[in-house]
Design a binder for this molecule. Structure first.
Ligand code: MUC
Ligand code: MG
Length: 367
């Protein structure tokens, strides 16, 4: 039950259409596949998505930190010694998606070793989640057509609309068009990826007061400390901290500072181990959470649903689990399927998915 080897394999799979948002855009899933081998021959997998505009990591930096620093520090550690794993990785600051993927691949190989699913190991609350779909920047009619297609094809009725453009009327118009076209029965919420000032955000929320938005995520930067507090005091829409709350310490700062009222948990940046700490922290403080998406592929999405379904609090709301729908292909032997607006946890041991060797050979960049 010891870690024998860790691989970091860069791969690239194009998107059928780019996802655009206030802090960047994604055209290709240029991710890193992590494989953790145990000394009894089992392999656990996870994927790390580089998001330079959010965490400063690149595909090259993820491969380098895993090969040069984490792997040598972790060889020989037991799969059960998660505290040791994290103490060693935390000697290096930053690099959240690299650390998270190593953590999740260790849980996967542990689950395979014990012949138990990660969802069962983590909490075993349910076996599925409702799905929320992210709608990126585009002309209003294109955003509406995408939401309608996703609703009609996959039964999804919860949409997170990307906002944060200037002038704010662009996004107010897009949200209004979506509400008019989709009717009152779908859930709509917004994510600004730090694009607005607090006063722009307040103006936009006021202009959308009649649209029944359920959440407003990261409308302005965390460094607008007093501005964000002021914004919370101006609105009755719960304000979600996403990229401003990526560690337990940041979660405490955002919540106790009054700059956010809910937390987005992303397994892509906090793995299973630290996501569980953040979840319990929020639960203890009486704060709601949403399972976010780091624009994950199918492997990352399988990790999110494995974690989200494991706990009562994370499975209550729809999780953001559908970004992979816009990828041209993926690495798994059996693709994930969203139907009736839900995504089920894979029943097998660990995360429950397998990487197709032919697909990996085709998309990997290092051979
Ligand atoms: C999101 O919820 O913000 C876009 C940038 C990022 O860091 O995550 C995605 C989605
Ligand atoms: Mg966000």
């Amino acid at each position: 039950m010891k870690i024998a080897r860790i691989e970091a394999i860069p791969f690239a799979i194009p998107y059928t259409k780019p996802l655009r948002f206030a802090s960047g855009e994604v055209h290709t899933a240029d991710h890193v596949l992590i494989r953790v081998h145990s000394d009894d021959g089992r392999i656990g997998v996870a994927e790390a998505p580089p998001r330079p505009y959010t965490y400063g990591e690149t595909q090259e930096s993820i491969v380098a930190v895993i090969e040069k620093i984490f792997a040598p520090e972790l060889i020989g550690v037991s799969l059960l010694e998660r505290e040791v794993v994290h103490a060693r990785m935390d000697r290096t600051i930053g690099n959240p998606t690299a650390k998270a993927a190593v953590d999740m691949a260790i849980w996967d190989v542990l689950g395979r070793t014990l012949d138990v699913s990660v969802t069962q190991l983590l909490g075993g609350f349910t076996d599925r989640m409702r799905v929320s779909h992210m709608v990126g920047f585009a002309p209003d009619d294109v955003m509406v057509a995408e939401a309608q297609r996703v609703r009609d094809t996959h039964g999804i009725t919860v949409f997170k609309v990307k906002v944060g453009r200037r002038p704010v009327d662009l996004d107010v118009g897009a949200c209004r068009a979506l509400r008019t076209a989709l009717g009152p029965d779908v859930e709509l919420y917004v994510d600004g990826n730090r694009g607005w000032t607090p006063s722009e955000a307040a103006r936009a929320l006021r202009a959308m007061d009649d649209l029944d938005l359920t959440l407003a995520e990261e409308l302005c930067p965390a460094d607008d400390v007093l501005g964000r507090r002021w914004l919370v005091s101006q609105t009755t829409v719960p304000t979600v901290a996403d990229e401003s709350a990526t560690t337990p310490g940041e979660v405490t700062r955002e919540l106790l500072g009054g700059s956010a009222t809910m937390i987005s948990i992303k397994t892509a940046r906090t793995g299973f181990s630290t996501s569980q700490r953040i979840l319990h922290q929020c639960e203890g403080m009486g704060v709601e959470v949403v399972m976010g998406n780091q624009i994950d592929g199918q492997l990352g999405t399988a990790c999110s649903v494995a974690f989200g379904a494991a706990h009562r609090l994370t499975s209550r709301r729809a999780g953001e689990l559908s970004n992979f729908l816009d990828m041209r292909d993926d690495l798994l032997t059996e693709p994930l399927e969203i139907s009736g607006g839900e995504l089920a946890v894979r029943p097998g041991p660990g995360i429950g998915v397998d990487v197709d060797p032919d697909k990996l050979a085709h998309y990997r960049l290092d051979q």
